[in-house]
Design a protein around this ligand. Structure first.
Ligand code: HDE
Length: 691
């Protein structure tokens, strides 16, 4: 347990506060009280003058309750407002002791508690989970040398190079200033106006228009520290490092049409998926990988590692997997933990240091600052979710709003010699084990300028696009066409297309075709792009594992469905660690052909196929006839087909398949020969339907 500044243990967590309070008498343990402990006799009626008269100001019980309620909300995060989180651990599997003194990266086998929060960027707290958007990937590691917050994204680069542009970027992205819409969407004038005027954003735009911004699940996203950081060893020598999280379930995305429909069917799709998986014991897991570079290696690269719009190709600097993170516990209280979690890139243990990346440098100020307005106190580190758990924390900082600790003694300054009078002197600095910055020589004039080495805005945008498979390139093209079609200002569309030409001519031609617009002249690049060898690591398609693990399969059933087929199918799916849900017209379920009653997990109208990775249709002849009259059933099957999902069926479902335009292909599987034939295509998307 962390200790207070006086070395005393801090109060236990939970709603009952100090341990010193008297134990309640028997029968009084769950007695409802006011915040000040007064027992409440009636929580149903306020105090009124006469049975039907006005409420009395005197009713302090009513006033306290209403007033507390009135103040329940705190400002939402200025970006990344919508998020979901879980607890777990990080375990080191390979030591980096040659490069760093940080114990979290040197003690193999040691487990460090973590709290990880995943978020969308643009939308408000109540927005849906599945817009096209970058995802935040923030991990707080409660190390034995203080908290380490790796506050990253699911994309390894960023829109801008310098922190001073961040407020402009976010203003342009968020709902437009006069009209207050669109919510959680980049497809609007001001965003693309800003993008067109900031060619440095082109690389990130390629990622944003790819399927990476449509994750299937938070458990199936990669994570990146984005910036270059430094590791420092005992001699003070520095090695540059990039951090990567790799999901055990592989990288998976939805299609755009699916994401749009999921937004309507289940706005909490990702949040629910994370919570339910952990509840079910299917713990999400990631590997932590690093790319390490010496100064000489960094200098030899054709781009600047301090520029957050650039990545370091994995083919050139392969990832070294050094550990794993497992999320195995849901928060007990969303507000206390997920909402009050304060992530800060300045939370660094000794042995990990920042680089001079000008985007990162701005973040070193912004996060502490934003917590002051969001959580309202310099003591936000005392909230249980933010307290260091792996070590004590104590210093001479005192007081402030919502101080929950009670430091004892006279010593609230350092140095002091009170120990000579037999009193506690309090904590002291630790020159050997304390945090040290890299002793980097500095020189030069104070200037406001963008380094020449930051001038190339197109090479890596091109690298990303050209490294994609044709399917992914087609998705990116449609995404660009969709977004720019929502832009009402023609000059904005033209400017973006002028920039796009420097990325890839073919891409810009296809986008122009989709918009039915003539291509403008290419814009003048600040630095001419050059070719880099393709990087397959940038694709999504190849990272889709050949497994059903972690996915969801729906079985649509009607009265009279074949019970034996159903049970065999359900067991086969479960054996692959996938979730299976029985969907029926009515939630009460159906009577199977063997006479047994089967309750449904979901009602058809509320459980469209977009919520699943594969579907099976187990319907009787009369059941099929009934489904043919149900629009929700038609959408269920047609969507499954156009969303490239495997469809298992029994012969009696043929009229439904015909009605929904389902053509025979390897992903449309007759279940008469058992479940195995269905499981294979269910493990992947049926890309063959589009190529
Ligand atoms: Fe953030 N960012 N950011 N950001 N960011 C915030 O901090 C900011 C940037 C990221 O789950 C805010 O506590 C600036 C890059 C995540 O609580 C705020 C700049 C990356 C989260 C802030 C950036 C991120 C935030 C809002 C440019 C990927 C959510 C609330 C210099 C490496 C953390 C808060 C969570 C949140 C500022 C750029 C990731 C306002 C000024 C690059 C995952 O402080």
């Amino acid at each position: 347990m962390p200790t207070s500044t006086s070395g005393r243990p801090t109060p236990p967590r939970g709603s009952r506060h100090p341990a010193e309070t008297h134990q309640p008498a028997e029968g009084e343990e769950d007695r409802l009280t006011t915040n000040h402990g007064t027992p409440v006799s009636d929580n149903q009626n306020s105090l009124r003058g006469g049975g039907r008269g006005p409420s009395l100001l005197e009713d302090f019980i009513l006033r306290e309750k209403i007033q507390h309620f009135d103040h329940e909300r705190i400002p939402e995060r200025i970006v990344h407002a919508r998020g979901s989180a879980a607890h777990g651990f990080f375990e080191l599997t390979e030591s980096l002791s040659r490069y760093t003194t940080a114990r979290v990266l040197t003690e193999v086998g040691a487990r460090t508690e973590v709290f990880a929060r995943f978020s969308t960027v643009a939308g408000s707290k109540g927005s849906r989970d599945t817009p096209r958007d970058v995802r935040g990937f923030a991990v707080k590691l409660y190390t034995r040398e203080g908290n380490w917050d790796l506050v990253g994204n699911n994309i390894p680069v960023f829109f801008i190079q310098d922190a001073i542009k961040f407020p402009d970027l976010v203003h342009a992205l968020k709902p437009e200033a006069d009209r207050g819409y669109p919510q959680a969407a980049s497809a609007h004038d001001t965003f693309w106006d800003f993008i067109g005027l900031m060619p440095e954003s082109m690389h990130m735009i390629m990622w944003a228009m790819s399927d990476r911004t449509l994750p299937r699940s938070l458990r199936m996203m990669e994570g990146f520290g984005v910036h270059t950081f430094r590791l420092l060893n005992a001699d003070g020598a520095s090695t540059f490092v990039k951090f990567h999280w790799r999901p055990k379930l592989g990288l998976q995305s939805t299609l755009w049409d699916e994401a749009v429909k999921i937004g309507g069917a289940d706005p909490d799709y990702h949040r629910r998926d994370l919570f339910e998986s952990i509840e079910a014991g299917a713990f999400p897991e990631w590997e932590l990988g690093v790319q390490l570079l010496s100064q000489a290696q960094a200098d030899a690269l054709p781009f600047d590692i301090l520029d957050a719009t650039k990545l370091i190709p994995e083919e050139r600097f392969p990832l070294r997997i050094i550990g794993r993170m497992v999320l195995d516990r849901n928060p007990e209280n969303f507000f206390a933990e997920t909402e009050q979690a304060a992530f800060m890139p300045t939370n660094l243990p000794p042995g990990i240091d920042v680089s001079d990346d000008p985007l990162l440098q701005g973040r070193l100020f912004s996060y502490q600052d934003t917590q002051l307005s969001r959580l309202g106190s310099v003591n936000h580190h005392q909230l249980p979710i933010n307290q260091p758990k792996g070590c004590p924390f104590h210093n001479m900082q005192r007081d402030g709003h919502m101080q929950t600790m009670t430091p004892s003694g006279r010593a609230n300054y350092e140095p002091n010699s009170l120990d000579q009078a037999g009193e506690p002197r309090g904590p002291r600095e630790d020159p050997k084990g304390g945090f040290r910055s890299f002793a980097q020589p500095l020189e030069g004039e104070k200037v406001r300028l963008r380094a020449e080495t930051f001038a190339d805005h197109y090479t890596q945008a091109r690298l990303f696009f050209r490294s994609q498979t044709p399917i992914e390139q087609a998705h990116m093209t449609s995404a660009m066409v969709f977004e720019l079609s929502k832009v009402t200002l023609e000059h904005v569309r033209l400017r973006v297309m002028a920039n796009l030409q420097n990325v890839d001519e073919e891409l810009s031609r296809r986008v122009a075709g989709g918009l039915a617009m003539a291509l403008p002249e290419p814009s003048e690049p600040a630095s001419a792009p050059f070719e880099m060898p393709e990087s397959p690591a940038l694709r999504t398609v190849g990272k889709y594992p050949d497994s059903l693990e972690g996915r969801a399969v729906a079985i649509l059933v009607t009265d009279g469905a074949d019970g034996a087929v159903l049970h065999a199918l359900r067991e086969a799916i479960r054996a692959e660690w996938a979730m299976v849900k029985v969907i029926a017209l009515r939630i009460g379920g159906v009577t199977l052909n063997d006479g047994t009653q089967l309750p449904a997990d979901g009602q058809l109208a509320g459980s469209p196929s977009v919520l699943f990775d594969a579907v099976s249709l187990l319907v009787s002849e009369s059941g099929c006839a009934e489904l043919l009259r149900e629009p929700a059933a038609i959408d269920f099957v047609s969507d499954a087909f156009v969303h490239l999902k495997a469809i298992g069926f029994t012969a009696t479902a043929q009229p439904l398949l015909d009605r929904c335009g389902v053509q025979p292909d390897p992903g449309v599987v007759d279940l008469k020969d058992g479940a195995a034939g269905f499981l294979n295509p269910a493990r992947t998307r049926q890309w063959g339907r589009v190529v």
